[in-house]
Design a protein around this ligand. Sequence first.
Ligand code: GAR
Length: 201
Amino acid sequence: MLTARIAVLASGGGTNLQALLDAQGGVLQSGAISLVVADKPGIGAIGRAQAAGVGCAVIPRREPGFEETVLQALAEHRIDMAVLAGFLGILTADFIRRFGKPVINIHPSLIPAFCGKGFYGLKVHQAALDYGVKVTGATVHYVNEVPDGGEILLQRAVDILPGDTPEALQRRVMEQAEWILLPQAAELVAAQIVREKENTL
Ligand code: GAR
């Protein structure tokens, strides 16, 4: 069966990467995780890739030529789509244009709330708590030239509870939204890619 070759870009612990790895053959039927790009040495995502037997390129984001090197790795591995799973950098419009294939991102809020430049990781949950919203959640969207601004694929709401800390809220949003949504969204995009591949046979 044809599958879409997926690259996952990560900057941290890699729990969303793990959700994708675990979904292969289940929710994620149409895609295979074929490459992990870690943007820092020593991050948790590297060990998760290794444990799953998936090749991992460590490409430090702060070094010159980061995007060029990532584009080369994506081309070498014949990647059909990229998933930003806890990737904390902002890719340039030039990168998106040159890759020319779908890129999706998971963001830990209900876009358009608490998103854009400067909203990442725990800062997003801190902002939601500071504002006093009673519901937050997660969003998977296509990546375009506007940070967190591309077309929305899936969203899921999560209640904020009295006494929540940013850490407690982050964990609940991951468990109740992110780890469910990201494999579902990856499948939607991968299935579309597979349909296009089948049509060109
Ligand atoms: C996740 O909550 C993800 O949504 C968020 O960083 C965390 C990474 O966790 N991403 C962003 O804030 C992107 N703007 P993980 O490394 O365990 O997947």
